[in-house]
Design a protein around this ligand. Structure first.
Ligand SMILES: [Ca+2]
Ligand SMILES: [Ca+2]
Length: 184
């Protein structure tokens, strides 16, 4: 069972996907996120990197739809509502075999957002991530400072992966990763 803290965080994540504030997610939300990420690099539809990041988001969409259908016996209405979203995460966060899959998307996103391919994210890149995911940029400064654990002024992939693990899994209200995308 998801804890209340986990639910808060997953609601935040849902809102990051729900760019048009409709309360339901559609495949177009997943496609749009991939497209906006590709635009950070100037990748056009039909190019290999564009199709690669898009296929990762479509894989996640299809995975969610399949789990929801199987668990809730929900008919395929082409949408994912909040209850279904939480049901999906209740399944995958309690199955350790999914951890690698969850983190694979994070790593792929990191690599796209690392526009100058320096191997880490600077504040401009972190800001671009927030814009892409519909997170108010007023939270850039405080989240950046918290996630930059070693204080070297940039966010490493290791820092992101350890924080996102806390975001998904931690039940400790004081865990820094809870707030990696701003208040929950
Ligand atoms: Ca960079
Ligand atoms: Ca750092």
């Amino acid at each position: 069972m998801l804890t209340e803290l986990q639910k808060r965080k997953l609601m935040k994540l849902f809102s990051m996907y729900d760019a048009h504030n409709l309360g339901v997610l559609k495949i177009s939300d997943f496609e749009r996120l991939a497209k906006q990420l590709a635009e950070l690099r100037g990748w056009k539809p039909g190019t290999e990197p564009f199709e690669k990041i898009t296929s990762r988001y479509l894989f996640r969409w299809n995975r969610m739809r399949a789990e929801i259908k199987q668990t809730l016996h929900a008919r395929n209405d082409g949408q994912i509502n909040l209850d279904e979203w939480l049901t999906y995460y209740d399944i995958v966060l309690n199955d350790s075999t999914y951890e690698e899959e969850l983190l694979a998307l994070v790593e792929a996103v990191f690599n796209v957002v690392d526009v100058d391919e320096s191997g880490h994210l600077n504040k401009d890149e972190w800001t671009a991530l927030f814009r892409t995911y519909n997170i108010p940029v007023i939270y850039v400064e405080e989240t950046f400072a918290r996630i930059d654990r070693d204080g070297d002024g940039v966010i490493s992939k290791a820092e992101v992966l350890s924080m996102i693990r806390e975001f998904y899994y931690s039940n400790d209200p004081s865990a820094v990763g809870n707030y990696m995308f701003g208040p929950i």
